[in-house]
Each structure stands twice: as structure tokens, then as C-alpha cells.
Design a protein around this ligand. Structure first.
Ligand code: ADP
Ligand code: MG
Length: 333
């Protein structure tokens, strides 16, 4: 089927009309009219930098709405900042547009970026805009700040730490299945809830910032709970023990799993949740409960770190018996 070439203003008009307004509040963006942007981190802080690229057909299905592409492209980067405990400052964005993405598409895409910018107090400060004959690609680099030496690292877990996770786990992976038509027989409201979790990640930026000085190690759940806790275990040279019975599931995920118990494995190994997983010593329990209350966010203790070979994740059922999982998490290669 020939691709319909959508009407689109030229590159400079695109930048002026859709992207410059997103940079209007950041003095360092220089109105997107200079060669590069300026960032001035506050005194006593370090710059935290992260990049994530999203390719149509790889990281999101073809034909995804512009709002969902925007929410995911900026959301995954904000999630990385959250996992470091950083406060978001600014981002740059390189976008390769296929013929399908015309002015109307870009307008909706930029509109969603604007809404997210307000929520997370971050501004666009630069980027690049190119045309492509290949898939739509959005690559964002996000900049945040954290007090010197206070970033939440993956390698800081200690034996005896509890393992905690925010929100609910597995919704996005089940949502992707629903999007692909592989989750039949689920009630409409549950289907919608799962889809929404995949299409609109809610990066836990406030939680990440609140955990600075409280949590030891942290990571965002992007590859899948088991794989990501495994990254913490490897970096910290410990073994992680997760009680699958404690992993927080939404009503929609529980309904999906009731329809086919094998989906529990999808939920705890599937990616794209963008919740935070972190470890903390037992004495931090009260502080964590306070943070959960003040952010109105569920935080659940799902296991603990113990001495071990470094990188093993043992997943047990409610009775402490090990569970075998189909796969550990998402890998590109
Ligand atoms: P260059 O010739 O150096 O690549 P461009 O003409 O591509 O410069 O970009 C002009 C200005 O517009 C620069 O400040 C750049 O950061 C900004 N810009 C271009 N594309 C984007 C984008 N997608 N998002 C934000 N800023 C952009
Ligand atoms: Mg350029």
C-alpha cells in the first residue's frame, strides 16, 4: 500500500511553529534560534543525563497515536531521571519524520509534549528535525539535577535491604498484548486500563526525588521487574529474592491473569511499566510509608536482597517455593 504523503511545513517552519513554543520558558534554549542550548545546574548539584530512542515498529506499534508516541518518548527519559533521584530540567529531541507525519500529526505530538512539560516542569531546549524514508524515530536526551553525590545508583543495595516497587506491575506488558490482539475475552474496562498503562507511562519523578537519602539502590522498571531487579542485584553483587505473591497487580491485570494463569509470568517479566524498584534498609520502612501517603502512591515491599553470587533473582510463590519463569525480561539483541 503506498504511503500517503501528509502535508507538512518545511523544517524551519515546523521548529518555529511547534517546537519553539515548547522552549519559550527556558532562557537557555535561546528560542531555538542558536546553534546549541545552555544549561546552568544549581550550585552543589550534578547534571544527570539520559538518552532513549524510540523507533516505530520496535518500541511502539505502527500507527500509534501522536499523543502516545510523545508520552512514551518523553516518559521513558523522565523515568530514567526519576530512577536516579533527579529533578528534571530540560531535554533535547531529535526526530526523524516519515511521510505519514504531517503538520496535524506533529501538532498533536507537540501538544502532548507541552502537557507533560507542565506536569514535570521540564522544557525543550534543542534538537534536530529530519525527514526519513524509514520508520518514525524519536530520540530524546533529558537533563536533570541531583545534589552532589546523592544520585540513586544501581550498585548501592546491601544484604538485608527490602526490595520495594511503586504502583502496579505488569499492566503495560499485558496492555501491549491487548494492543496486539493477544488478550481476548477481557472486559472492556480492564482492556482500556491496561492499554492506557502501555500508551501513557507515568514516570515516578516525585517518588524518585523523595527517595534521595531514603533508598539505597534504585532502577526504573523498563525491561521487566525480574530483569531490572536483576540489574540491581548484579551491580550490587547480591542475590535478590522476590515473592511473586506480593507483587502488586491492578484489578485489570488480576482479571487478565484469572483468564490465563500463564500471564502472571508476562506480568512480572514484561517491560514498560516505568514504575520504580528500589532497595532500602528495614529502618526506612516508616519513611517509605510516609512518602507513599504523601504522594498517594502505592509502594509495596516485594522481597529482599541477600548475599549471593551477584545477579541472581529468585522468584518464589507465596509459600517460598521457587517459580520458573519463561524469560527474564526484554532484550533487544
Ligand atoms: P543545525 O543546522 O545546527 O542542525 P538546525 O537548523 O537543525 O541547526 O536547528 C536550529 C535550531 O532548532 C537549533 O537550536 C536546534 O536545537 C533547534 N531544533 C531543531 N529541531 C528541533 C527539535 N526537534 N526539537 C527542538 N529543537 C529543535
Ligand atoms: Mg539540524
Amino acid at each position: 500500500m503506498p504511503v500517503v504523503k501528509a502535508k507538512r511545513p518545511d523544517e524551519f517552519e515546523l521548529i518555529r511553529r511547534f517546537f519553539a513554543p515548547l522552549a519559550a520558558k527556558a532562557p537557555g534554549a535561546l528560542g531555538l534560534t542558536d546553534d546549541a542550548a545552555l544549561i546552568k545546574p544549581p550550585k552543589g548539584h550534578e547534571l544527570v543525563v539520559t538518552t532513549d530512542a524510540l523507533v516505530e515498529g520496535v518500541h511502539f506499534p505502527f500507527g500509534e497515536t501522536p499523543e502516545s508516541v510523545a508520552a512514551r518518548a518523553l516518559g521513558v527519559n523522565l523515568s530514567d531521571l526519576a530512577a536516579m533521584g533527579a529533578r528534571p530540567l530540560a531535554y533535547t529531541m531529535a526526530i526523524a519524520l516519515g511521510d505519514r507525519c504531517g503538520g496535524a500529526w506533529i501538532g498533536r505530538f507537540a501538544g502532548e509534549l507541552g502537557r507533560l512539560q507542565k506536569t514535570h516542569r521540564i522544557d525543550l531546549i534543542g534538537g534536530d528535525t529530519v525527514a526519513t524514508t524509514g520508520p518514525l524515530t524519536v530520540s530524546i536526551t533529558a537533563f536533570g539535577v541531583v545534589r552532589q553525590g546523592m544520585a540513586l545508583r544501581r550498585n548501592a543495595a546491601r544484604p538485608g535491604d527490602g526490595i520495594y516497587v511503586s504502583g502496579t506491575i505488569g499492566d503495560a506488558a499485558l496492555g501491549l498484548r491487548a494492543l496486539e490482539g493477544r488478550l481476548r475475552g477481557l472486559a472492556g474496562k480492564h482492556r482500556k486500563a491496561l492499554l492506557d498503562r502501555f500508551q501513557r507511562p507515568r514516570p515516578r519523578v516525585c517518588l524518585g526525588r523523595a527517595l534521595v537519602g531514603v533508598a539505597r539502590a534504585a532502577i526504573d522498571v523498563s525491561d521487566g521487574l525480574v530483569a531490572d531487579v536483576g540489574h540491581v542485584a548484579r551491580a550490587s553483587r547480591l542475590t535478590a529474592e522476590i515473592d511473586a505473591g506480593r507483587v502488586p497487580l491492578s484489578a485489570a491485570a488480576r482479571a487478565a491473569i484469572a483468564g490465563d494463569p500463564k500471564r502472571l509470568s508476562v506480568a512480572i517479566t514484561g517491560g514498560d511499566d516505568y514504575e520504580l524498584a528500589f532497595t532500602a534498609p528495614p529502618r526506612a520502612d516508616a519513611a517509605i510509608a510516609r512518602i507513599a501517603r504523601s504522594l498517594k502512591l502505592r509502594i509495596t515491599r516485594i522481597g529482599r536482597m541477600k548475599k549471593g553470587d551477584g545477579g541472581t533473582v529468585m522468584v518464589t510463590d507465596g509459600d517460598g517455593r521457587p517459580i520458573r519463569l519463561a524469560r527474564g525480561g526484554y532484550r533487544h539483541f
